[in-house]
Design a protein around this ligand. Structure first.
Ligand code: HEM
Length: 411
């Protein structure tokens, strides 16, 4: 195909991720993009779509994360100007900043979200996983998403933050709404009102939590972020709240999807399921492979910092670039036999947690939750089977996950 026919080939648009058949298996589309036009101008998204591993790494290292939409851009994206309060929270989140503002914010947050705090959650996570399985065990069946993958990270988030565990359903619902802003290119106006409402509720909730904890301190991230300091720099209350929100949203939908996508991948590859069941010592390497194979966060966006060449294409300053992690993670130039699930895959440096300055802030916690979840599910649910069902994927193009996953096991 010559270059002008590729430019006009509408079948290569990432917009097709809205088609349920492509959502069910986006990897054929990613392969076509990688092979035909690895740095592709998508006229529907008004963005470059980047699918090769090497190029995705370059985008992560060199392009700008400062991409929160202005009111005019919100309108152009088909989003209501009323969503401006949401954009105002996003500008204060580390995810949407470049150095030096990003370096300062992330360094201060890192003093609160320490390896010791993550390690301290291990026992709780195991207890939560066991409690959720105890509830489902007598019936011999469960919806892995509703009964396990949703509540586990929501309860862990409440524990991590030091807010009441009984609030976990609110935390979950707000995160789902906010994730819709993060994961989609174009917003569904019908949902705009509930996204706005959720953002207002989250702002009020964390303001109250901060005031409450000023009087009655509780160990957790809310407290630690208020007190965090690096070289005399502290966070404002607005910064604390915005970054509690990004940590909460970043940590839930994705971890839910790691568990759901990972389990369905294992159930579809019974030899690999048996391998992990018979040798739980490979669980760390198994989690990395599940993250590579069905990446919970399929892509992210950046802006070109200047006129730059990438993969032989001229990208203009401030043009948008979508770096498709999930396509890079199946790039045969980087991973041998990329469409095969291989839980013992060596040298598995996937980009499911991104790369460079914005490398996932919660990766150690996500890995620990994933390892405990899979070790516990496989140990405690004998003869685990997929129930007959048509798998339905959530209509979020960026955050890939199942709506439900019915399984049965020996009660
Ligand atoms: C399997 C689970 C997870 C996956 C796949 C994942 C993936 C990612 C990715 C791809 C990014 C970079 C996005 C970008 O640069 O545009 C990111 C950033 C981030 N993640 Fe995660 N994440 C997971 C779990 C978590 C958890 C458990 C937390 C916290 C509790 C968390 C908090 C964050 C934060 C705060 C950022 C922003 C970092 C920055 O901008 O410097 N994530 N994550």
């Amino acid at each position: 195909m010559n270059s002008s026919s590729i430019d006009n080939d509408t079948s290569l648009s990432l917009y097709h991720l809205l088609d349920p058949a492509i959502l069910a298996n986006p990897y054929a589309l990613y392969k076509r993009l990688r092979e035909a036009d690895p740095v592709h101008w998508d006229p529907f998204l008004h963005a470059w779509v980047v699918t090769r591993y090497e190029d995705v790494v370059q985008v992560m290292l060199k392009f700008s994360a400062d991409r929160t939409p202005s009111p005019e851009q919100l309108e152009a994206l088909g989003m209501m100007a009323e969503l401006q309060p949401v954009a105002q929270v996003m500008v204060k989140q580390m995810l949407f900043m470049d150095a030096p503002a990003h370096t300062r914010l992330r360094a201060v947050c890192a003093t609160a979200f320490t390896p010791a705090r993550v390690a301290g959650l291990r026992r709780h996570i195991q207890e939560i996983a066991d409690m959720l399985i105890d509830r489902a065990l007598p019936s011999g069946r469960m919806d892995v998403i509703a009964d396990f993958a949703n509540p586990l990270p929501a309860i862990v988030t409440a524990e991590l933050f030091g807010v009441p565990v009984e609030d976990h359903e609110d935390l979950k619902n707000w995160s789902t709404d906010f994730a819709e802003m993060l994961g989609n290119f174009q917003h569904n106006p019908d949902r705009a009102r509930s996204v706005l409402k959720s953002t207002e509720n989250m702002l009020a909730y964390f303001q109250n939590a901060i005031r409450d904890q000023a009087r009655h301190p509780r160990p957790g991230l809310v407290q630690s972020l208020m007190n965090a300091e690096v070289d005399g720099s502290r966070l404002t209350e607005e910064e604390v709240i915005a970054n509690l929100i990004v940590t909460m949203v970043g940590g839930q939908e994705t971890t839910t999807n790691l568990i759901g996508n990972g389990l369905v991948s294992l159930l579809r590859n019974p030899d690999q399921l048996e391998l992990l069941k018979n040798d739980p010592s490979i669980v760390a390497s198994a989690i990395e492979e599940l993250l590579r194979y069905e990446s919970p966060s399929q892509h992210t966006a950046r802006l070109a910092p200047a006129d730059v060449m990438l993969g032989g294409k001229q990208i203009k300053k401030r043009q948008a670039v979508i770096a498709v992690f999930a396509a890079a993670n199946r790039d045969p130039e980087r991973f041998a036999d990329p469409d095969t699930l291989d839980l013992r895959r060596p040298d598995n440096r996937h980009v499911a947690f991104a790369w460079g300055a914005h490398y996932c802030f919660g990766a150690p916690l996500a890995r620990m939750e994933g390892q405990i979840a899979f070790e516990t599910l496989l140990r405690r649910l004998p003869n685990l089977r997929l129930e007959p069902q048509e798998l339905a994927w959530r209509e979020n193009m960026g955050l890939r996950g199942l709506k439900s996953l019915a399984v049965s096991f020996h009660a």
